[in-house]
Design a protein around this ligand. Structure first.
Ligand SMILES: *Cc1c(COP(=O)(O)O)cnc(C)c1O
Length: 403
């Protein structure tokens, strides 16, 4: 295990966390489907049940396949402990509900993932938690709110869907100075491109449904941090029951073996597409942290190993133009997910922020015609040619839109 900790990220993605659960000389992690575990020795059963001895009791608590997944992410994020969930939103909500009680205060940013934003605007206020949401990227505003006192500081960077960047090191320091627990949703960057714990965060979480799994065929979530912080989150989850399924754990583990290869290719393609979009007359805006025109390009360069595969753009003519462009793309899923090997396009108003009203989206700085792209692993030339032909069709028909 120590050796794996010293390995580079691509090697960890392949090897880390698996050895402990291999059986019969198998080279691959088994899918342990058993819901319960047998003990002939009542004393041993008791010791495992109270945590004195390693082992498994019941599938809602722990499972060997799920544990291998937790350990792989934990090692890649450089954390002491990790626990997993049925979905990314379960990771977000269980983590928040573990620490927040009526009268507490949380500071976050306006454009977190749509579901997370709903927790901030609907569920937390309902349970008497005060939520302060700052303009994303406004570091002074975040620092000011944190200094007023808060239990949690919750960040997401890069954000969904406008790919804004927050300086983790800078605001995590303010969090630390004021005693707040600093949480970062690292779904977009993945451990390959960003390690928030190394930048001063206390907890890092992922929707494993996205890049970690990479094949859009399994839901999952995970949170990593110190033992002290993970233990109560694990306890909340084992009792409330948002447990990861072992089949999902297996699929995501398998996906993670190629995480580094995928991220490398997807990031390369994303850079090419961002440049292509920037050169189009009909494109109003392109949001990609790898572009020098991006507001926080310098921060992204500093805290990320690379800029990732997520971007968004808006078209002149808004949603009417989007309706003319997206159906003509050949190598594209028009779908709500992201992080898959296939390139995926989705307007924010039907994907990440479908839960929000147009007014709420406008308040978050999300144009109605904003399209998010999760760039896949296809050949760069094919993706660009595909966009070229779709933009040619858009150009022909664009005059029909009343601007
Ligand atoms: C998708 C996503 C989530 C939620 O994950 P699910 O697995 O869909 O529940 C949380 N945060 C970010 C940034 C996401 O993209």
């Amino acid at each position: 295990m120590e050796k794996q900790n010293e390995a580079s990220m691509g090697t960890k993605a392949v090897w880390a966390g698996e050895k402990e659960v291999l059986v019969h000389g198998a080279t691959q992690v088994p899918v342990v489907v058993s819901v319960a575990y047998n003990y002939d020795d009542m004393d041993e059963w008791y010791d495992v049940a109270v945590g004195k001895k390693k082992g498994h009791i019941y599938g809602r608590n722990t499972n060997p396949t799920v544990q291998a997944f937790e350990n792989k992410v934990r090692i890649m994020e450089g954390a002491e402990a990790a626990t997993s969930f049925s979905t990314g939103m379960a990771a977000v909500s269980n983590t928040l509900y573990t620490f927040l009680k009526p009268g507490d205060r949380i500071v976050s940013i306006k454009d977190t993932y749509g579901g997370t934003n709903k927790i901030f605007t609907e569920f937390l206020p309902n349970m008497g938690v005060e939520v302060a949401l700052c303009d994303t990227g406004d570091h002074e505003a975040i620092e000011k709110e944190v200094e007023k006192g808060c239990k949690l500081l919750y960040l997401e960077t890069p954000t969904n869907p406008t790919v804004k960047i927050t300086d983790i090191k800078r605001v995590a320091k303010t969090g630390k100075d004021t005693g707040a627990i600093v949480i970062v949703d690292n779904t977009f960057a993945t451990p390959i491109n960003q390690n928030p714990l190394k930048l001063g965060a206390n907890l890092v979480l992922h929707s494993a449904t996205k890049f970690l799994g990479g094949h859009a065929d399994a839901l999952g979530g995970v949170v990593c941090g110190s033992k002290e912080l993970i233990e109560p989150i694990y306890h909340y989850r084992e009792i409330n029951g948002a447990t990861m399924d072992p089949w999902a754990a297996y699929l995501i583990l398998r996906g993670m073996k190629t995480l580094k290869l995928r991220m490398k290719e997807q990031t390369k393609n994303a850079k090419a597409i961002a440049k292509f979009l920037q050169a189009q007359d009909l494109v109003e805006d392109v949001f990609y942290p790898g572009l020098e025109t991006h507001t926080n390009h310098e921060i992204a360069k500093e805290q990320m190993n690379d800029f990732g595969a997520m971007m968004s753009f808006s078209l002149k003519g808004g949603m009417d133009a989007v309706k003319l462009l997206l159906p003509n793309l050949k190598y594209a899923n028009r779908a709500a997910n992201l992080g898959a090997v296939e390139t995926t396009y989705g307007p924010a108003r039907t994907t990440s922020h479908v839960e929000c009203t147009p007014e709420e989206r406008a308040a978050m700085g999300i144009p109605e015609g904003l399209v998010r792209i999760s760039v896949g692993i296809e050949e760069e030339e094919d993706l660009i040619q595909d966009l070229e032909q779709a933009f040619a069709i858009l150009k022909e028909k664009h005059a029909s839109i009343s601007l």
